[in-house]
Design a binder for this molecule. Structure first.
Ligand code: NAD
Length: 480
């Protein structure tokens, strides 16, 4: 059985505990590799390496850092096929999704921040007749990056790239559920010429190694993406230590469809925004509100489309959906479908685990599930399920749609479908979300602020926001 290693100080090393965790292939339900069960000792080694690497890395100059990050991006691109296969195997997502979304995005993340840092600037404020303020932005030092399993390398690199570009050294932890592509990244980083200790990648559980990263006094900032409960714990731990915190947390996103929308576009995009990556994208729209005049028509077409939304093993070229990420997660999703029934919901399609044949019989597959007849305040409509499960609900007025859309504790993303320009602006303005798409979904410009409001997080990633997060501002005043 293959054993993965930590990547510390430019070397692949075993965890100091000597312990390993099972890594499952969601498509088959079988263990296929072992990952380090790291702990505080490994974090200590990684921090020592990062601290030692910091002076040279942070003063190397922007051009030098940018050149290495570009090479890193090219290194992933050159190994595209291997990364795609590994991501799909580790996560259960269709190969085509890893090929078109996950890995190309990891390539762009490094490339984008390599370029962005070359254009990053700070401000000066002149006080006429008094003096001049100028602001410098210096790297923080050693920073921690902790990422989830749903878009493994995509989100891991979304944090690491700006942290490194800004001149920090990084101690990073991918999800223990999907460690593989992060493991592969160490080798690519080394080949790209990243100096030893600049990027350290540790594997293991949240409570063992994640917590040790959050608590380490020399790690001055934590960039975290994951669940709201974990974010709450991290905030409680890191807050009193005055660490900088970026928290990208859960969501329960509304997809508001007005009767005057482009029906075909709204329908085909809603199929994706509901079920892409088995509904395991933090930006998926899991609560679909449909204006009454088109409710029945939309419902019928949406349910009918599920016949073509094939759930299959990830390497099946016809698969539109693969396996969900783990057995516990599958059980959680299925328990929410049971809850929806108890709450009075009608399952229009799906609602069950799907058992495939042969080697995939024990894989974690769930049929795409559409539920109607639930009140917007019930638990199914308030709690994050993070799987291929959506609810549909009719509405009569814009106010009613907004009341329902804004009723959860979350506020990550929202989608609005309408051809009425004024309404598009009004609803976009009033919906409580950090990201709003009008007549579109998941169109991403890496320069834009990314993040949520309310329990969906604190702070923003992307573009200048990320570079500001990973730098410390200092204002200098000089008297005339
Ligand atoms: P999670 O919170 O269980 O884990 C995320 C990461 O945190 C993992 O690496 C995990 O090992 C680590 N972790 C867990 N406990 C920790 C602790 N006590 N201290 C430090 N680290 C700890 O989340 P998940 O199940 O991996 O991911 C799914 C969640 O992520 C969903 O809620 C989803 O909405 C959210 N998500 C949010 C965004 C966003 O941008 N807002 C993007 C993707 C996923």
């Amino acid at each position: 059985m293959e054993k993965l290693s930590n990547f510390i100080n430019g070397q692949y090393v075993a965890p100091s505990s000597g312990r390993y965790l099972d890594n499952y292939e969601p498509a088959t339900g079988q263990v296929y590799s072992l990952i380090p069960d790291s702990d505080a000792q490994d974090v200590e080694q990684a921090v020592l390496a990062a601290e030692a690497a910091f002076p040279a890395w942070s003063t190397m100059g922007i051009e030098g850092r940018a050149a290495i990050l570009r090479k890193l991006s090219e290194g992933i691109e050159a190994n595209m096929e291997a990364f795609v296969a590994a991501e799909s195997k580790d996560n259960g997502k269709p190969l085509s999704l890893a090929q078109h979304v996950d890995i190309p995005r990891a390539v762009s993340n490094f490339h984008f921040f390599a370029t962005a840092i070359e254009h990053f600037a700070s401000e000066s404020h002149q006080m006429e007749g008094v003096g001049l303020n100028y602001t410098t932005r210096k790297p923080i030092g050693v920073v921690g990056c902790i990422s989830p399993w749903n878009l493994p390398l995509y989100l891991f690199s979304w944090k690491i790239a700006p942290a490194l570009a800004a001149g920090n050294c990084v101690v990073a932890k991918p999800s223990e559920v999907t460690p593989y592509t992060a493991y592969m990244l160490g080798k690519i980083a080394k080949e790209a010429g990243l100096p030893d200790g600049v990027l350290n990648i540790l594997h293991g559980t949240g409570p063992n190694v994640g917590d040790a990263i959050v608590k380490h006094p020399k790690i001055k900032a934590i960039s975290f993406t994951g669940g709201t409960k974990t974010g709450e714990y991290i905030a409680q731990t890191a807050g009193p230590m005055f660490k900088k915190l970026s928290l990208e947390l859960g969501g329960k996103n509304p997809n508001i469809i007005f009767a005057d929308c482009d029906f075909k576009d709204a329908l085909s995009t809603t199929i994706r925004s509901s079920f892409a990556n088995q509904g395991q994208i933090c930006l998926c729209g899991s609560r679909i509100f449909i204006e009454r005049p088109i409710y029945e028509q939309f419902k019928e077409a949406f349910v009918a489309a599920m016949a073509k939304n094939k759930v299959s093993f990830p390497t099946d070229p016809e698969a539109k959906m693969g396996a969900v990420v783990s057995k516990p997660h599958m059980e959680k999703i299925l328990s929410y479908i049971e809850l929806a029934k108890e709450e009075g919901g009608t399952i229009l399609c799906g609602g069950k685990r799907k058992i495939l044949d042969g080697a995939h019989a024990e894989g974690y597959y769930i049929e795409p599930t559409i539920i109607e007849g639930l009140h917007y305040t019930c638990r199914t409509n308030q709690e994050e399920i993070f799987g291929p499960v959506v609810t549909i609900t009719p509405f009569d007025t814009e106010e009613e749609a907004l009341t329902m859309a804004n009723s959860t504790q979350y506020g990550l993303a929202a989608t609005v479908w309408t051809s009425d320009l004024k309404r598009a602006h009004r609803v976009a303005d009033q919906v409580q979300a950090g990201i709003v798409w009008v007549n579109a979904w998941l169109v991403r410009d890496l320069r834009t602020p990314f993040g949520g409001v309310k329990a969906s997080g604190v702070g923003r990633e992307g573009g200048w926001e990320a570079l500001r997060f990973f730098t410390e501002a200092k204002n200098v005043f000089i008297k005339y």
